[in-house]
Design a binder for this molecule. Structure first.
Ligand SMILES: [Zn+2]
Ligand SMILES: [Zn+2]
Length: 210
């Protein structure tokens, strides 16, 4: 898939959504934060179209409203077994084949914003969410191998300090740059990878740079 951007749309059903329900594997309960037990908040959901290599899939990224930290402190390139349970416990990501999972919302703290694919980032946005193509690294390029031996392929990138609009009732995010919005992973540039063999719905890895 060549690089595209997610931009806000007025359509009710876009190619993705900020703040809407996560798409979890069938039978899995809504995940909680390993540090405080609070239900994780869905930040980002992306509908990835079917390709020659893969069926249509849905990527979900969730993070705790009360814990804001980078995804992992380990410098892994070869990811260890069940690496998704060995990262910091305040976030989760899932890549689930479309039609096989279920939506799970958790308590709202972010405003729901449907998003649509565009060839260019939204003109008024100082940040963007890019999908497909090649990552645009702020520092040295990174590459990862899944615990199953397959290479991790690049899925999406979220600009540093990308602001997720919060609901009026949501508490201010700790360690965030905004009084009225949330960021992912302290507002670092976020790079999302997934196992090219799709060995597990949680075989998703996130690295950050700044
Ligand atoms: Zn927490
Ligand atoms: Zn794998």
């Amino acid at each position: 898939m060549r690089r595209q951007y997610l931009s806000p749309t007025s359509s009710v059903s876009g190619s993705g959504e900020l703040g809407g329900p996560a798409y979890l594997p069938r039978g899995q309960a809504h995940p909680g934060c390993a540090h405080c037990d609070a239900p994780l908040r869905p930040f980002l959901r992306l509908e990835l179209p079917k390709s020659a290599q893969a069926p249509a899939q849905v990527l979900s990224v969730l993070m705790c409203a009360g814990h804001n930290e980078i995804p992992c402190f380990e410098p892994w390139r070869q990811l260890p077994p069940a690496y998704w349970d060995q990262a910091e416990g305040h976030w989760r990501a899932y890549l689930v084949e479309a039609g096989t999972g279920h939506e799970s919302e958790g308590p709202a703290c972010l405003q729901r914003q449907p998003m649509a694919w565009t060839a260019e980032p939204a003109a008024d946005a100082d940040g963007c969410i890019a999908v497909g193509g090649e990552p645009q690294w702020l520092q040295d390029p990174e590459a990862f191998t899944c615990a199953c031996g397959a290479p991790m392929h690049f899925v999406a990138q979220v600009s540093d300090s990308y602001r997720f609009a919060q609901t009026p009732e949501a508490p201010e995010q700790p360690d965030g740059p905004y009084a009225d919005g949330y960021v992912l992973f302290l507002g670092n540039e976020v790079y999302i990878f997934a196992c090219s063999a799709r060995c597990d719905p949680r075989a998703v890895w996130i690295t950050v740079q700044n």
